[in-house]
Design a protein. Structure first.
Length: 620
């Protein structure tokens, strides 16, 4: 019988992680206490000092490592610190009076030299950054294996004073001693060679860390500098101790050097923790400054300078895409730039807007990639600034377009008023004025020539009917009765019959809509048909109406000569069409190909609820 896999809930995972953390804390506390007890028993003169030293030797790396795992800060390096604390506990066995336990503790001290080199080289990520790091770690391991391990067989006792034991007199013997006829010269070569090799390799490790400071970003330098300081101190102590032993230095001085070498073990994780605090404080200060600059001066040039300050990279540049030109980029001064891979010690980081589009690129020193958190935070703030600037620009352009549209509407209304005034003045008004004069003379005509009165009255009736027809036609041009009574499809079908070019009108699911929507579609299509008659030289025109969905769509296609691009912004009929559609939050598109014709398409959003007096669309 198959059973479904049980996926632990988030609460269960959190509970398990908390239990593991407390188990680790309890284990660390036990090891620290045991190390302190062993340290107190090692020295009759300074039991408290040795207890504190051995407790810190074990407890500090374990505490910092546990905190790193719990907080998710460099988990691989946190595990290295936990291993350091565990190995440090084994070194405290060197405080035991039992020869076997004592020998194990002293061997653990040799292994500590390898682990400390690894910790320095892998800080802060827990990984080696290159081949040189791996070679140095391997060299330290080889030095211990070649120069230190053989002394287990040829030396009856371990050398004191040592960083890994407080014993200096009557210390336990080496239980692994087996060969007692080794020449003294060989033993001296092994002893001096081992100390010298460890010292030189530690110097190389410190030099390697120093070179890394030149290729990482500002936050990384602040984090790594304290660790480098501890490495420098330890390398100096190793060299000083080696020299003091070989020239017969003061025993108390050598013992102090050994004690300080032991102090370097807990100092290393403390330096790492202090470096993290320094890096975080720098990052917070840099981001706060960047946010202030962005809020006050969001222009690209000021933003570029603020980014360079935040990253402490004076060569950082902000690259901006060119609207309407895919793949084209400029700097903040508007000069074209090449966005190919910069190579060398340069790298690029994309700045993306909330919709995922790339709004800019930061070109920076490649060392900053070691600080992805700071770089991502800086990029996020820059994205907000650029996105706000882009939206502000669009809002300003939209406001200007609304202003221009209003100006065009006012101008168009004024032109229409003048046209109506002129048509009335030149047509119906002239006839009505003449009719009034003729009516004034009609009485005299009836008295002087009664036989002509009836004929003249019929003529004046004809004049009145003609004036009435002109007024009616003028009113129909403003709002055709068929549009109000039967809808846009019927009105456009009737209007198409008056065109000199053959027009085919098709309608799909088009019914009745609010008057302003039907009027906008009707006059846009009518304007397009008039343009075809005047300019296109077309043989055929098709008009399509589609009320499917949440928009009323229309298109007018002709097979004429096409529209010159200069005519698209002529401020006349096409601009009027765009204004009508934009006023109802619609969209208008004009596609034209020379010799193949023009297609004008528009879409107007339909109201969510049927307008008062409007019927639901009826399929046609």
């Amino acid at each position: 019988m198959e059973t479904a896999a049980v996926v632990p809930s988030r609460a269960a995972r959190h509970h398990r992680e908390v239990n593991l953390l407390w188990a680790g804390v309890a284990g660390a506390a036990v090891l620290t206490a045991a190390a302190a007890v062993l340290g107190a028993s090692a020295s009759a003169r300074n039991p408290t000092a040795y207890a504190l030293l051995r407790g810190c030797l074990v407890g500090v790396p374990l505490a910092v490592g546990l905190h790193g795992l719990h907080a998710g800060l460099h988990p691989r390096f946190a595990r290295l610190l936990l291993a350091t604390g565990g190995l440090a506990f084994l070194t405290t066995l060197g405080e035991s009076s039992d020869p076997t336990v004592y020998s194990i503790g002293r061997i653990a001290g040799w292994a500590m030299e390898i682990l400390l080199a690894v910790v320095l080289l892998a800080c802060p990520t827990g990984r080696f950054e290159g081949r040189d790091d791996r070679r140095l770690a391997a060299a330290m391991a080889v030095a211990v294996a070649v120069f230190y391990l053989p002394t287990l067989l040829i030396a009856p006792a371990f050398r004191v004073p040592s960083a890994w034991t407080g014993c200096v007199e009557n210390c336990p013997q080496n239980v692994f001693f087996a060969i007692d006829d080794v020449p003294g010269a060989l033993a001296d070569v092994v002893r001096v060679g081992g100390s010298t090799a460890v010292f030189l390799i530690m110097v190389a490790v410190v030099a390697r860390l120093r070179r890394r400071l030149d290729v990482i970003g500002p936050a990384g330098r602040r984090m790594l500098a304290p660790v480098l300081g501890v490495g420098i101190v330890r390398a100096g102590l190793l060299g000083t101790g080696l020299l003091a032993r070989e020239v017969g230095g003061d025993a108390d001085g050598i013992q102090l050097i050994a004690w300080l070498l032991a102090v370097c073990v807990p100092a290393l994780p403390l330096a790492y923790a202090g470096g993290l605090v320094r890096a975080r404080l720098f990052s917070e200060q840099a981001l706060r400054h960047l946010a202030t600059v962005i809020d006050a001066q969001p222009e690209p040039r000021h933003l570029e300078r603020a980014l360079a300050d935040a990253l402490e990279d004076r060569t950082a540049r902000l690259l901006l895409p060119v609207d309407g030109w895919p793949g084209a980029w400029t700097n903040v001064d508007g000069e074209g730039v090449d966005v190919a891979a910069p190579g060398g010690r340069r790298d690029r980081h994309e700045i993306r807007a909330h919709d995922g589009s790339v709004v800019a690129v930061i070109e920076h020193d490649a060392g900053i990639v070691l600080e992805p958190t700071l770089l991502e935070a800086v990029a996020s703030l820059a994205a907000v600034a650029l996105d706000n600037r882009r939206l502000g620009t669009r809002a300003d352009e939209a406001a200007r377009e609304v202003f221009r549209s209003r100006e065009r509407i006012v101008a168009s209304a004024e032109r229409e008023r003048r046209r109506i005034e002129r048509n009335i003045h030149d047509g119906a008004q002239q006839q009505l004025v003449a009719l009034r004069i003729e009516l004034g003379l009609l009485e005299d005509l009836a008295l002087r020539e009664p036989d002509r009165f009836g004929a003249r009255l019929s003529e004046l009736q004809t004049v009145a009917e003609t004036a009435l027809e002109e007024l009616r036609a003028l009113a129909h041009g403003m709002c055709p009765p068929l549009l109000a009574d039967r809808g846009v499809a019927e009105a456009l079908t009737a209007a198409s019959r008056r065109c000199t070019v053959p027009v085919v009108v098709t309608a799909h699911h088009v019914g009745r809509y609010p008057a302003e929507l039907e009027s906008a579609v009707y006059f846009c299509v009518l304007e397009a048909l008039q343009n075809v008659e005047k300019h296109a030289g077309a043989r055929r025109v098709t008009v399509d109406l589609d009320g499917t969905g949440r928009e009323l769509r229309f298109s007018v296609h002709d097979d004429g000569r096409g529209i010159d691009p200069a005519e698209l912004d002529d401020g006349g009929g096409l601009a009027n069409m765009q204004d009508r559609v934009a006023a109802l939050r619609g969209e208008l598109r004009i596609d034209s190909t020379s010799g193949l014709g023009t297609t004008i398409t528009g879409a107007l959003p339909l109201p969510r609820q049927p307008a008062s007096g409007a019927r639901a669309p009826t399929p046609r």
